[in-house]
Ligand binder design. Structure first.
Ligand code: FES
Length: 208
């Protein structure tokens, strides 16, 4: 486990507007990282946190339970990458500006870097690694390949998860809906045309 002592991190849905509305409480909690009562109040599964000392929690990731010992201020992204080695989700910044850290929490696209790990106790977390089963990959993954929807690939796992979640909720989405729905993710390489083409093809098949 990485030593997070020296880290000073401030700290769902598809578009950034909805995310910012929905995550206001989480941001407040992180800003007040030593306010255990606030963190506990956000999560009915954490009945009482009495200090900022590390606490052992259980997170269900990709269908498996993991026990991790974390301080209340630690984000889900840090746990996924640093403790559990699910490195598909990426940290580009710590302000939820890019969507590279998108994972699914209870099926909803969620920015893992803006969600406290302790908030996710009792929830179902899925990372991009869950979209592969042996030699089989989710149609979104194969669609990204087919439509050449990546260059450097750094944004790609987040875009894939955002696309998967969006199509789950909007299996027959229009082009306009897709563009709006994926508006919370940014690709600095400019692969939007391929991503949109992938999502459109899947939407025409009912979101497969
Ligand atoms: Fe490089 Fe999107 S493929 S940032």
């Amino acid at each position: 486990m990485l030593d997070r002592k020296d880290k000073n991190r401030s700290g769902p849905s598809f578009n950034r507007r909805n995310f910012l509305k929905g995550s206001g409480a989480a941001v407040a909690a992180t800003a007040l990282a030593t306010s255990q009562e606030l963190a506990a109040a956000q999560n009915n599964n954490i009945s009482k946190i009495t200090s900022a000392e590390p606490t052992t929690i259980t997170l269900n990731v990709n269908g498996k339970d993991y026990d991790v010992t974390v301080e209340p201020r630690v984000t889900l992204l840090e746990v996924l990458r640093d403790d559990l080695n699910f490195t598909g989700c990426k940290e580009v910044d710590d302000r939820g500006a890019d969507g590279a850290d998108t994972v699914l929490v209870d099926g909803k696209a969620t920015l893992a870097g803006s969600r406290l790990a302790i908030e996710c106790v009792g929830k179902t977390i899925n990372t991009v690694e869950s979209l592969r089963n042996g030699d089989q990959v989710d149609p979104v993954v194969s669609g990204f390949v087919k439509h050449d929807a990546m260059q450097c690939g750094f944004c790609t796992p987040g875009f894939v998860m955002a696309t998967r979640a969006f199509l789950n909720e909007h299996p027959k989405a229009s082009l306009e809906e897709i563009r709006h729905g994926l508006g919370g993710n940014i690709c600095r390489c400019g692969t939007y045309a391929g991503i949109t083409a992938c999502a459109m093809e899947l939407a025409q098949k009912g979101g497969a």
